[in-house]
Write a protein that binds this ligand. Sequence first.
Ligand code: ATP
Ligand code: NCN
Length: 209
Amino acid sequence: MLGGTFDPVHLGHLRSAVELREALGLDRVHMVPAKAPPLRGQPRVSPRERLALLRLGIGDTPGLVADPRELERDGPSYSADTLTDLRHEYGPEARLVMALGHDAFLRLADWHSPTRLFELAHLVVIDRPDFDAPLSPPLGELIAGREVDSGDMLWRRPAGSLLRLALPTRMAISATEVRRRLAEGSSVRYLLPEAVEARLLADSLYRRS
Ligand SMILES: Nc1ncnc2c1ncn2[C@@H]1O[C@H](COP(=O)(O)OP(=O)(O)OP(=O)(O)O)[C@@H](O)[C@H]1O
Ligand SMILES: O=C(O)c1ccc[n+]([C@@H]2O[C@H](COP(=O)([O-])O)[C@@H](O)[C@H]2O)c1
């Protein structure tokens, strides 16, 4: 599972998902747009529109799935609830991985039921340019004894470990920068898939009103 606000999806998300799948040999990566991301303000664009953009971005990429399950739940989109759902779907023995970028990881201790996340899945933290800060004491406590240093070690049990992964392509692309560029009418070419760019421009999404 790679959850996100995806406001909008960009190549940093999509290339990371492809490389994550290859690096760990995952069957598939569920990319799950958050209806109501718990630790930030309301996204600029509606959940349905963000899902539609994600579907356009994924296109026919093998192994990537645009997963709408959080749009069907009310209230904050807690990842623990989403992983509970995926655990029911795949069964108790399946190896589940929740991937997140280093910036999101730094706030993990503030998430809903953070220890439950480790009961449900392994956590894989993707290295991300421009986001390198020391871990807070609560985060250090949360991950104590969980770190493993290779993908192979994740397959020994269904959940509970933490792997930090430097993927081959590190991209300093953020949705914040994409929104800023669209608002001022600057080019976003090659920051997102062309089909996503075309939809954003055709529908004047993120334009300064
Ligand atoms: N360029 C990137 N490289 C690696 N991981 C990324 C990248 N961009 C986002 N992620 C990760 O993907 C997940 C979803 O990110 P999100 O939808 O918040 O995008 P974002 O670019 O960080 O958005 P914003 O700038 O609005 O905060 C998070 O775990 C985030 O850390
Ligand atoms: O479960 C939580 O409490 C929680 C708190 C913050 C973020 N998340 C999830 O982490 C993913 C990335 O969030 P964000 O805000 O960085 O886009 C997205 O799927 C969120 O729903 C989840």
